[in-house]
Design a protein around this ligand. Structure first.
Ligand SMILES: Nc1ncnc2c1ncn2[C@@H]1O[C@H](COP(=O)(O)OP(=O)(O)OP(=O)(O)O)[C@@H](O)[C@H]1O
Ligand SMILES: [Mg+2]
Length: 257
């Protein structure tokens, strides 16, 4: 099951992706978290930044520079080996892959084609893949999220947050991405009126409202101290609701199987 967390910038995607990884990996030891934001911060949110040695982008660069000297060596095998030994970070209960920055100048088609095959193979080792996406919509038009089963769009109470959610729904139809479901999650919602607005918005736009998360001052506190969000107390309203989201996906995957 591939779950991609998307939405406008700064709405709380990374925190939600980190906590879904945290909760789901308590129930399954086959969880892969993917940081697909070039401005990577999922490892920090999970508190495992020191374990990340290389990004997928860095391995692609090394490959691009040295492929001419590889001669008859099996290049796919080389990439596969590098990814497993250097880019997949084995954390407590889950693995983590950081995509890194996009490619430099030159033609990366060959590298990217090989990478696609290796990643497809790699993904089969996991029951749950949780992707923290880059803000906005560009990755949708590039179809990098094509393989996701479920999309979570995180929005705050801003007009722009809701507009991005609407556009994601429209784009996925235009591009025929065929997600099993596009969910909406409201975050940092502080009053009933805002809650009602989001509920109405979801109904009107054919998005399934998954949860409405409150503002939690402890999140900013941890952020300021550079501590991982996984340290949030499990009895807080925010954490209880995120756990409910995680349980929803676990239940769904049991049903599908
Ligand atoms: N429910 C919440 N209560 C309080 N603060 C929050 C909440 N959710 C997120 N924040 C704060 O909002 C900021 C952005 O959160 P986060 O990094 O998860 O967003 P993002 O959508 O991943 O951002 P970006 O688009 O830059 O990747 C963080 O500083 C975080 O501390
Ligand atoms: Mg983020």
């Amino acid at each position: 099951m591939i779950i991609a967390v998307t939405g406008k910038g700064g709405t709380g995607k990374t925190i939600l992706a980190a906590l879904l990884t945290h909760f789901i990996s308590k129930k399954s030891n086959r969880v892969l978290a993917v940081d697909a934001d070039p401005d990577s911060n999922l490892p920090d949110a999970l508190g495992v930044a020191e374990l990340v040695t290389k990004t997928l982008g860095e391995i692609r660069e090394v490959f691009q520079e040295s492929r001419d000297e590889m001669g008859s060596m099996n290049k796919e095998q080389w990439l596969e080996g590098k990814i497993y030994s250097e880019a997949i970070c084995e954390c407590d209960n889950f693995d983590l892959l950081v995509m890194g920055r996009p490619e430099g100048e030159g033609c990366y088609c060959f590298a990217n084609n090989l990478l696609r095959g290796v990643l497809r193979k790699l993904m089969r080792h996991y029951d749950y893949i949780i992707i923290d996406s880059e803000a906005g919509l560009e990755h949708f038009s590039r179809k990098t999220i094509e393989g996701a089963d479920y999309i979570i769009v995180v929005t705050d109470m801003s007009k722009k947050g809701l507009a991005t959610a609407k556009r994601i729904k429209e784009l996925s139809e235009e591009l025929e991405l065929n997600f099993k479901e596009i969910y909406l999650v409201g975050n940092r919602i502080t009053n009933k009126e805002a809650e009602e607005t989001i509920k109405k918005f979801a109904e009107e736009n054919g998005l399934k409202l998954l949860e409405i998360l409150p503002y939690d001052e402890k999140i900013a506190e941890l952020d300021l101290k550079g501590l991982p969000v996984t340290l949030l107390p499990e009895d807080s309203e925010y954490m209880k609701k995120v756990k409910k989201i995680a349980d929803h996906f676990i239940e769904l995957s049991v049903k599908v199987r």
